[in-house]
Design a protein around this ligand. Structure first.
Ligand SMILES: [Zn+2]
Length: 203
């Protein structure tokens, strides 16, 4: 079940046991926009099944908020939807596109600290057919700010440097006064730059 935040915004709650972040859905009159692709094939498929139940306009865009594995490994599941990333995220994804994801490769990723040992377990459990898996191509790469028209509603995407990562994209939905922050509020330092209302924070 997706949670409904407002008339046109839904989200799938995070699951920390399986390192699943929140996935967002914003529906305009013509198209819908997904925020973050999911941490695995299975995560993405479960999200898409829930979206189908809602009978909302088709998913035209998938925005990946930053290039951490748990936000993009489900990206190949969204059919014809256009995957959108900022330029820095694209650079990082290009590195991941060079990597393999079979068991030997996953062990190397753990050794090189690209992912944790727990992340490896999650990927092994939720992405069964990984022999030839590679993250797919992005359909749109932006720098700075981008506006998307979903019909009646325009979404703003903006690239920011957060304390979590320097390639963060945030998604602002002005009509609903809602901001999707990805992992941006997660600070790796004590200098918190962000003071958003709790209900607007999707981490
Ligand atoms: Zn992250």
């Amino acid at each position: 079940m997706l949670k409904q935040l407002s008339e046109s915004i839904y989200y799938m709650v995070n699951d920390n046991e399986r390192e699943r972040p929140v996935l967002g859905l914003v529906c305009g009159e013509k198209y819908s926009l997904v925020i973050d692709a999911g941490n695995s094939v299975q995560h993405a498929r479960e999200f898409l099944t829930e979206i189908q139940r809602l009978q909302v306009p088709p998913v035209r865009y998938v925005v990946i908020t930053h290039a951490h594995w748990d936000h993009f490994l489900g990206m190949n599941e969204y059919g014809d939807a256009i995957v959108i990333v900022n330029r820095l995220t694209e650079q990082r994804l290009n590195e991941w596109r060079e990597y393999a994801f079979d068991d030997t490769a996953l062990l190397e990723h753990v050794e090189n600290k690209r992912i944790s040992a727990h992340a490896m377990e999650v990927i092994q459990n939720e992405m069964l057919d990984r022999e030839s898996f590679r993250p797919g191509t992005s359909g749109m790469v932006f720098e700075g700010t981008l506006q998307l028209d979903l019909g009646n509603k325009v979404r703003m995407l903006e690239q920011i440097r957060s304390t979590h990562t320097d390639d963060s994209t945030i998604v602002y939905v002005p009509e609903e006064k809602t901001l999707f922050l990805g992992d941006s509020p997660y600070s790796t330092t004590t200098r918190s730059l962000f003071h958003y209302k709790q209900h607007c924070c999707f981490t």
